[in-house]
Every structure is written in C-alpha cells, then in structure tokens.
Design a protein. Structure first.
Length: 395
C-alpha cells in the first residue's frame, strides 16, 4: 500500500479524496488484470505495461480515462475545475503516474497539451466542432511545437504558414510529438508573416502526414513521431485564436503543462519509495532486514524527504496558477525540482533493490528511464534555471 500522506497538501479537502482514490494506481492496474491472460506475457508485473513497453499506447485504457468524471476528475472535468481547482489536475496526473508514467504522458498530451490549450484559445464555434469528440476520447489530440532544429528556442520555429484564399498553407516539420502516431487532431504552431500562430489540423487534411514511430529510452507507454506539412491546406476556420496569437496560447499552456509534469514526477517518486520501503522490509541480508542497514536507511530517508518536499512545492504552486493567473517562476521551480528529485528517488530504488532493481520485475528500472524525460520535455532543466534567474534578477 502507498505511504499515507502526512500533510494536508495533496489532499486539500474531502472533495478531493474521491478524486485521488479513483484516479489511483489500482484503477489502471485493475483494467490491466483482465488483459494479462490474453496477452500471455512472461512477466510478473502489469501485462498492459509490458505491451506498451514494446512501443505503443493502450487506447482501450486511454479513451475511458478521458471522460472519467464519474470515477475521478479528468479531461471533461478539467474544463469545469481547472479555473478554480488546479489541484484536481495534479491529483489525476500524480496518481496515474504512480501506475505508469508513460501512459500518463499520453493522457497529459491529450488533456493538457491539446484539450486545455484548445479550450482556452478557441471560440465557441470551433469548440463545438471538436470538443465533444475529444472529451469522449473518440478523437485523441496532440500538440506540435518542437521541430528538428528547434527545441527550447520555440521562438525560432521554422514551420511557416501563408494565407491563400479560404485556406492557410503550412510547410515544415514537427518532431518528438507525443500521441502523434495515433492522434486524429493536432494543435500546431507555425509562423504566419513571422508571427507565431496556432492552427487546428485534422489527420485527413491534404498535405499532412506523420512519420514512423520514434523509438525512445523510456515513456514507452506513449508514442511519438514527426508531423510533416507539405503544402498542407488548413481551412481558415481552423485558425485557433487570432493571427499572431500563438505566443499567448503557448506561454499560458506551458505553465499548466509544467505543473502536470511535476505531478507526474511526484507519482514516479512515490511509487519508487513505496517499492523501496516494502522490499527493504521484506528482504533479509546478514541476518537482519535490509532496512536495518545504515546505507539503506540513507536512501529511504532521503527519498522520503524529497517526496514530501516535491508534494509541498507542487501543490503550493498550483494554488496560484490558472488561465488568468500566470506564475512562470513557480511552475519553473516546481518542475525543475520535481524532475530531478524523481530521477534521484528512482535511482535510489534501483540501488536498494540491487539486481532485482536492474531487472524488470519490480519496474523501478522503468520508472528511472521514464523519469529522465521530465528533465527534458516541457522545458529542459537549463531552460528552467535560465527563466528563474531572469525573473529573480528583474525584481
């Protein structure tokens, strides 16, 4: 069983208890139980995770999670609660990442990178066209920002658009796009007359294609690929917001994305800590439980302190974030600290478990690989350090 929360942060009220309970790791694991026999994998851990570790996201699980409003607050609930309860979003990502970070990344790409961004940038007409199917999971969403030659330097993106009659024509490439191979709808940034602008792209648009899947170190329960625009024709009504309004959309959504990734880091660290504690209690070496050895106590004690520090920082920052309330300094700090702390806790878990930690049975090696991505995606550690220093020195 997970270690019980020792502070109110992360459980800020009774109304959140059901959210945390129903979005917990058992929800995904319970569905996984029914799939083990069919997949016949020779492992002792979650069968669905083995499947997606081969390089694909299980949309049987992802689609129900997009409308979890009866069993936990999720995408549809996000539209109602994000403005006043960002904690709900954190709880969902924290708990799902406890089960599998890669699956949670696929969910985040849909719920935050597409749906949240689309909702707050779009007008009523475009919401009516696309929102219903994205809320039920009939349409899986993705967001295209990074490019082969442009990562952190998003203002230097090279995908371009031009207006031709009742269409925009897009040319360029996006890369490292989570959900790209399976998504049916994409939110894409391109330069229109040298101003960053946001467009909504359907998979079937003329001139649009996706590359084969990109193989990854971790987060294998989600997929990624390139998006290819070769004179892609986009109807003018698929402009999202105003021409030149892409920077506003991008910056607003980066903050909630970073909080979501920080919450995923917390879920990763909590799972690794729980595995570490259980293993150290049950395993005996030199005639006594592993947990009675001083070296092991350091790993466990330091990891617990990091988990609680992550929880306090992430939920404290969330209380000051919303669509009309910017907090770049806080969200950069939350993701900077949580991403590194989660990787350190996962590494400690591997070390405590020794050979078992290096192998797949206890899954901590997977969580270590998954944790690394959060030091890169959604803003590199170096980008967060630069942003924090710039904001502090301007005061």
């Amino acid at each position: 069983m997970p270690i019980k929360l020792i502070v109110g942060l992360g459980n800020p009220g009774k109304e959140y208890e059901k959210t945390r309970h129903n979005a917990g790791f058992w929800w995904v694991d319970a569905i996984a139980q029914s799939k083990r026999a069919a997949w016949k994998k020779e492992t002792k851990f979650s069968g669905w995770t083995t499947k997606v570790e081969e390089g694909g996201v299980d949309f049987v699980l992802l689609k129900p999670s997009t409308y979890m409003n009866e069993s936990g607050r999720s995408v549809s609930a996000l539209l109602r609660f994000y403005r006043i309860e960002p904690e709900s979003m954190l709880i969902v990502h924290d708990e799902l990442a406890y089960s599998d970070p890669g699956f949670t990344l696929a969910y985040l790409a849909h719920a935050l990178l597409f749906v949240n961004n689309f909702y707050f940038a779009g007008n009523p007409a475009i919401r009516k066209r696309y929102l219903p199917k994205t809320l039920t999971g009939e349409l899986i969403g993705a967001m295209g920002m990074s490019e082969p030659a442009v990562g952190t330097d998003v203002l230097g993106l090279q995908t371009v658009a031009k207006r031709e009659g009742d269409h925009y024509i897009l040319n360029g490439r996006k890369t490292f796009i989570t959900n790209g191979p399976e998504a049916g709808i994409f939110l894409v940034y391109a330069k229109l007359a040298d101003r960053i602008t946001t467009f909504v792209i359907e998979r079937g648009f003329e001139g649009f294609a996706t590359s084969p899947k990109i193989q990854k170190m971790g987060m294998r329960a989600s997929t990624m690929c390139e998006l290819i625009f070769d004179d892609c024709k986009v109807p003018v009504e698929n402009l999202l917001g105003a021409e030149g309004g892409g920077i506003t959309n991008m910056m607003r959504n980066l903050e909630i994305e970073r909080l979501g990734l920080a919450a995923m880091s917390l879920g990763i660290a909590r799972r690794c800590l729980d595995v570490m504690v259980r293993y150290a209690t049950e395993r005996r070496t030199f005639g006594k439980p592993l947990a009675e050895h001083g070296q092991i106590q350091k790993y466990i004690g330091d990891s617990f302190a990091k988990v609680e520090a992550m929880r306090a920082l992430v939920y404290n920052v969330a209380a000051e974030v919303g669509p009309t309330n910017r907090n770049r300094l806080g969200t950069d700090a939350a993701k900077l600290f949580a991403a590194t702390a989660a990787k350190e806790v996962a590494d400690a878990a591997v070390q405590v478990l020794g050979g078992y930690g290096y192998c797949a049975e206890y899954r901590v090696e997977q969580f270590l690989r998954d944790a690394k991505l959060i030091e890169i995606g959604g803003g590199t550690l170096e980008a967060h350090q630069k942003n924090i220093t710039r904001d502090l020195t301007r005061r």
